[in-house]
Design a protein around this ligand. Structure first.
Ligand SMILES: Cc1ncc(COP(=O)(O)O)c(C=O)c1O
Length: 299
């Protein structure tokens, strides 16, 4: 499924560096670290009528990623929050909006890998687009297993939410060629890690299962689903999961800020058969939709 284009996005203003510019002028320098080496960290956030969803958790994770990357002169969470609010206000965006928040190591004095060439501080980008949840959550998604492995801490730790998305992009290309919606990625031992842009859960015999957050992003939606399961009295276990277990799941779904909770209906041609008729995805989805008021930072 290709995301649709909302014509309102032709007129948006984007925050780049220290202020807002019209979309067609929203650019970074060829010396910027994001161009030179994908040397940037990012967050994807959703704006509901109640405000920016889980803003504090996203800013915390952004700061953790920037710290792990040893960025210098990182803008404060208060500055970033103000930049987000200013951007949303300028675009009149109060709902159905997705924010791609990027912090690059900044501009280099000359091309090169060495972070000491970065002497101007970070570049902040707040790209807020009109974009309702991107998947058809009523229909669900079909996925195939990719040959590309998701990084464990043995390589580039997936806990850094960085812009080097090549492994996920290669996986997505495989999904495109297979004519399905997304790719499932395994870890270096062959256990399920996550999908190319979302975390994964399955249900078997009334138990909610998800991989350890070892070779996947420690998703904010993932964490909320685990919290909601506890509130609803649904047992949730984090453990290694094999493909065979997923093929035989009663239910499966992906989680992410971009698409919320998205049922997975087919994995490698195996249609997910809900023989027990459990409704845990639906229960969690309904509970998730009630969270907007609890976790949103008003604009
Ligand atoms: C690879 C990957 N997995 C999972 C997620 C979902 O994370 P979250 O729930 O924090 O949006 C994302 C979101 O950016 C992602 O890029």
């Amino acid at each position: 499924m290709l995301q649709s284009y909302d014509p309102r996005n032709a007129e948006i203003k984007v925050w780049v560096g220290d202020g807002l510019v019209p979309r067609d002028q929203a650019k970074v320098s060829v010396f910027d670290s994001s161009v030179q080496g994908g040397d940037a960290v990012w967050e994807g956030m959703r704006v509901y009528q109640e405000g920016v969803f889980c803003l504090d958790r996203h800013l915390d994770r952004l700061m953790d990623s920037a710290q792990a990357m040893a960025f210098a002169n990182i803008p404060s969470p208060a500055f970033i929050t103000e930049a987000i609010k200013t951007t949303l206000k300028a675009n009149g965006q109060t709902h159905d909006t997705h924010i791609r928040l990027t912090l690059t190591r900044g501009e280099k004095i000359t091309s090169g890998m060495d972070p000491r060439l970065n002497q101007k501080g970070c570049t902040l980008i707040v790209l807020a687009e009109w974009k309702p949840p991107v998947y058809d959550n009523a229909k669900g998604v079909r996925i195939v297993t990719s040959a590309i492995r998701r990084n464990s801490p043995m390589h580039v730790d997936s806990k850094i939410h960085h812009n080097n998305l090549i492994n996920n992009i290669l996986a997505k290309i495989q999904a495109n060629h297979a004519g399905v919606d997304d790719a499932l990625m395994l870890d270096n031992l062959g256990f399920i890690a996550e999908m190319n842009g979302t975390n994964i859960f399955m249900v078997k015999d009334g138990v909610l299962l998800t991989p350890h957050a070892d070779a996947c992003l420690h998703g904010i939606t993932r964490a909320l689903v685990i919290e909601l399961a506890a509130e609803l009295g649904i047992r949730c276990v984090e453990r290694n999961l094999s493909l065979t277990e997923l093929y035989a799941a009663d239910e499966a779904f992906g989680t992410g800020s971009m698409g919320e909770l998205t049922p997975v209906v087919d994995v490698d041609g195996r249609v997910i058969q809900n023989r027990r008729g459990s409704k845990i995805t639906q229960q969690l989805t309904e509970a998730f939709h009630r969270l907007a008021g609890r976790y949103s930072s008003p604009l």
